[in-house]
Design a protein around this ligand. Structure first.
Ligand code: FAD
Ligand code: NAG
Ligand code: NAG
Length: 511
């Protein structure tokens, strides 16, 4: 997506964190036998990470089925132009996204080779800010225009990130939470919950940031990352701003490789089918005893028509919002809606293999001297795109060279609506290939939101409420870990590992 590589490197606060290690506490006596069958709906990063963590929690015998109506990867996807593939969905990962890092290590994948880039901000007529190759030049320009806002922004983001990082320690010790509120409260108390309840505009104005800085820097960054402005909540705003840190990375050969890798590693079975409904059922206990156990019946449409199966535990890893998953929940009391309130924002990704018309950006120098790779935009109704970036393939060959704008290359545009030929003609002098993908990309943020719980029914769990705090690969991964722990602890009655208050003090004394 974008990268402002001139910022000082983020300090790493968490030393010796070993996510793959077993939990430090002795496991409680197993009161109940393990579940036999668990279903996961969705094979995006959330669903495949859930399968991986469920295998860790429940051991080798449970059967895990992952249902996927589309393609493995979900919102992580690539598109081919010529012989190369390009990310068209989730593309960059923060250096402190520890679950994603762990997956890549564990699955034996590598990081994509880094290609340096430069950023600029376009106001609809000209570039109002253009990054230089020189750190000191950028620093002075920023200082000149925005005073200490920029440095304060980094400190602000770092303080929040510091609190956010606590979740990894809680999860390592096996603690889980039944709602986004409780999870956020554990990370940073009431302040953190409030952060996700206010707009980033309110939060940053209260913290003393200038309106100019919000308009010229914060809004353009939110537009490229979330297709929205300063009305997004403070937490997702901080996540968005952290995407200008240095050291952002991606997975060699495509981020979606993590999903197929997790699926394989978890020994789950992929069922290519669309789940249409989930119903609670009672099933007689096997082994001759009297009584019943409650299970879920999943109805789905696969390659060979309609079918259904019973599961002890079901985990939904796709958003339950209008125009998204289309799952019905008949027979639940209290009822579970097919759609929760709130919509998802449409974002169209357009890849264009062509020659940019740099005059459109108000650039007067020769385009063979134009090396900017990420063009962000200010809020402007006339503008047809949110961002325009020169993109590199998912695998960088050894002889790869960075090209200036005068040469035909691949550009990626994010826009709210599909772009017509005429609109592309304003931006490009010529082109030979266009690839377009329409997404319902992430929530339309307008805080405060009602966020559904992680627990929809006794053993029916839901991963994606976390997206209403922030939508990102790592957020889905940490929600997957939380839900796998929650499902395990609830199955075995380990109440002491759910929704605990004051974990920080407690863990400090345990360490
Ligand atoms: C354009 C774009 C850019 C982004 N950029 C970044 C970025 O740079 N960095 C970052 O961290 N994040 C980014 N994100 C966000 C990130 O991609 C998502 O937060 C994340 O991929 C969500 O994963 P998920 O598994 O929760 O959901 P999804 O990936 O949406 O997975 C859900 C899956 O469930 C399947 N499904 C739905 N309904 C059913 C059904 N009824 N039966 C069976 N299967 C069903 C779907 O087909 C889908 O594959 C971006 C997203 C978009 C769209
Ligand atoms: C390039 O863009 C400029 C400014 O928008 C426009 O005047 C010009 O006609 C464009 N050039 C071509 C060849 O389309
Ligand atoms: C945050 O907003 C949600 C939804 O409106 C509400 O339920 C919750 O009480 C709010 N929390 C705080 C601390 O304001």
């Amino acid at each position: 997506m974008m990268q402002l590589r001139t910022l000082p490197a983020q300090t790493v606060f968490f030393l010796g964190l070993c996510l793959s290690g077993r939990r430090g506490l002795a496991s409680a006596p197993e009161l109940k036998e393990q579940p036999k069958k668990i279903a996961v709906i969705g094979a995006g990063i959330g669903g495949t990470a859930t399968a991986y963590f469920l295998r860790q929690e429940f051991g080798p015998t449970v059967k895990i089925d992952v249902f996927e109506a589309g393609t493995v990867g979900g919102r992580l996807a690539t598109e081919k132009i010529g012989n190369a593939e390009y990310e068209i969905g989730g593309s960059v990962i923060h250096p402190l996204n520890l679950h994603m890092k762990h997956f890549v290590d564990r699955l034996g994948l590598s990081l994509r080779k880094d290609v340096p880039g430069k950023m600029a901000v376009f106001d609809g007529e000209q570039l109002i800010f253009e990054e230089s190759d020189w750190f000191i030049v950028n620093f002075l320009r920023m200082l000149w225009r925005y005073g200490f806002n920029f440095i304060r922004m980094q400190m602000w983001v770092e303080t929040l990130l510091d609190k956010f990082m606590r979740i990894y320690q809680y999860q390592q010790y096996g603690y889980s939470f039944s709602s986004v509120e409780k999870l956020f409260h554990a990370m940073g108390g009431d302040d953190f919950v409030l952060l996700a309840n206010k707009t980033v505009g309110e939060v940053m104005v209260d913290a003393g940031f200038s309106q100019n800085f919000l308009n010229d820097i914060v809004i353009p960054i939110n537009r490229v990352n979330y297709g929205q402005s300063v009305r997004i909540n403070g937490f997702v705003g901080a996540v968005s701003l952290s995407a200008v840190d240095s050291g952002l990375w991606a997975v060699d050969n495509g981020n979606k490789r993590v999903c197929s890798g997790l699926l394989y590693h978890s020994k789950a079975e992929l069922i290519p089918a669309q789940v249409t409904s989930i119903t609670p059922k009672l099933r007689p206990i096997r082994s001759g005893k009297s009584g019943t156990v409650s299970v879920y019946e999943m109805n789905y449409i696969g390659e060979s028509g309609s079918a259904h199966s019973l599961y002890d535990i079901v985990i939904i890893a796709t958003p339950l919002h209008q125009d998204l998953s289309q799952i019905a929940f008949p027979g639940f009391s209290p009822p579970i809606p097919s759609y929760f309130p709130g919509r998802y924002q449409q974002i169209v990704t357009t890849l264009v293999h062509g020659v940019l018309n740099t005059s459109f950006l108000g650039v007067t120098t020769d385009s063979s001297q134009f090396w900017v790779s990420d063009i962000l935009t200010k809020e402007n109704k006339e503008l047809i795109f949110n961002s325009l970036s020169s993109v590199d393939p998912v695998h960088i060959p050894d002889n790869y060279v960075h090209l200036p704008a005068s040469v035909k290359k691949v550009w990626k545009l994010f826009s709210g609506q599909p772009l017509s030929e005429a609109q592309l003609g304003q931006v490009f002098l010529s082109w030979d290939t266009v690839r377009e993908r329409k997404w319902l990309a992430y929530p339309k943020y307008s805080p405060p939101h009602q966020r559904p719980p992680f627990l929809l029914h006794d053993r029916l769990y839901y991963l994606n409420p976390i997206e209403w705090a922030a939508s990102a690969m790592e957020m889905s991964a940490l929600s997957a870990k939380n839900v796998a722990l929650l499902a395990h602890h609830r199955w075995h009655g380990l109440e002491s590992k759910i929704d605990q208050e004051d974990l920080r003090t407690r863990l400090r004394s345990e360490l």
